[in-house]
Design a protein around this ligand. Sequence first.
Ligand SMILES: NC(=O)c1ccc[n+]([C@@H]2O[C@H](COP(=O)([O-])OP(=O)(O)OC[C@H]3O[C@@H](n4cnc5c(N)ncnc54)[C@H](O)[C@@H]3O)[C@@H](O)[C@H]2O)c1
Length: 343
Amino acid sequence: MDVLVTGGLGYIGSHTVVALAEAGYSPIIVDNLCNSQAWIHARLEQLAGQAIPFYRVDCTDRLALAQVFEQHPNVQAVVHFAALKAVGESTRHPLEYYQNNLGSLLAVLQAMQQQHVGILVFSSSATVYGEPEKLPVTETTPLQAPTSPYGATKAMAERIIADAVQANPQLRAMALRYFNPVGAHPSARIGELPQGTPNNLVPYMTQATRGVVPDLKIFGHDYATPDGTPLRDYFHVVDLACAHVLAIDYLAKAREGLPLQFVNVGAGTPVSVLQVVETFRQATGQPLPYRFAPRRAGDVEAIWCDATLAKNLLGWQPEYTLADALLHAWKWEQTLGEQEIPA
Ligand SMILES: NC(=O)c1ccc[n+]([C@@H]2O[C@H](COP(=O)([O-])OP(=O)(O)OC[C@H]3O[C@@H](n4cnc5c(N)ncnc54)[C@H](O)[C@@H]3O)[C@@H](O)[C@H]2O)c1
């Protein structure tokens, strides 16, 4: 089956392209390179051992997107990653976020309708749960008002897809609500490529270890958690990639008229920021200096998921440990030090 992957050169998209190819699917990538590098494409072809068509197209460009679908009439599924994702930036540039994240989703849904493509897997986020009252969160935990334009685009996107599915019984869709994917491909050929100072903990840690940033700042150590630092649900990005493959397998067999399915994807285990630091030190043997900084606006105290539905519905569970993910992230970071623009 041909699968169109929007944002397929990005962090999660690139790992998913490899997982799709390994599972026997034929991925086709659409990416405008606004947060990724063209050289990742050659690496994906190497890792997958097959040619992977890539179109440098902005998903909000309906005409260009329609042309990609026309060139690949065997596309039967779309995995839609393409989005801007920096929470802080979204509060400074909300219109850009609404335009990009919702404009691209609408264009993808319209192109799918025109070409009669019936399977959609969408990248949603734990951010839709806000600061939950009860933990762990299940898919029925009430959603809270979004605290950023980024979060709002995810909540709105879920609503848009739910409406599209209701109006079109041939469309089967799943919104995977990711918790905290970390790590890199075990080959160290692909991984996370943040622009500027990273917003996420693990690339911040690996850059601090390599000396790209002076040290690791831990934002807040006065939370009501066992060691005062926030609790999150970290898991390996390759496990997340596999969840997308299983979601397509599931939707391909699902009956028509199925409502939009929401599925949490996380390890289901709360881990504090300081525990991540300690696991990183043990896994890599690196000292990793850090200092405490004030809390960051918008960070919730604790969130982790109940991933039972992912297991029961998709047969998904994480294969890698947090130590594996951190070691792989460090291996990847080291390759960036050796060769900034690899072939
Ligand atoms: N990384 C996380 O922790 C996380 C957590 C929850 C949800 N998500 C969601 O998962 C998806 C992928 O995240 P990621 O971490 O891989 O981000 P990323 O920025 O690495 O990847 C996104 C890719 O989409 C591309 N893109 C963005 N807008 C586009 C457009 N209009 N047209 C074409 N390409 C476009 C970018 O160039 C990039 O390659 C996003 O939707 C993000 O919101 C990520």
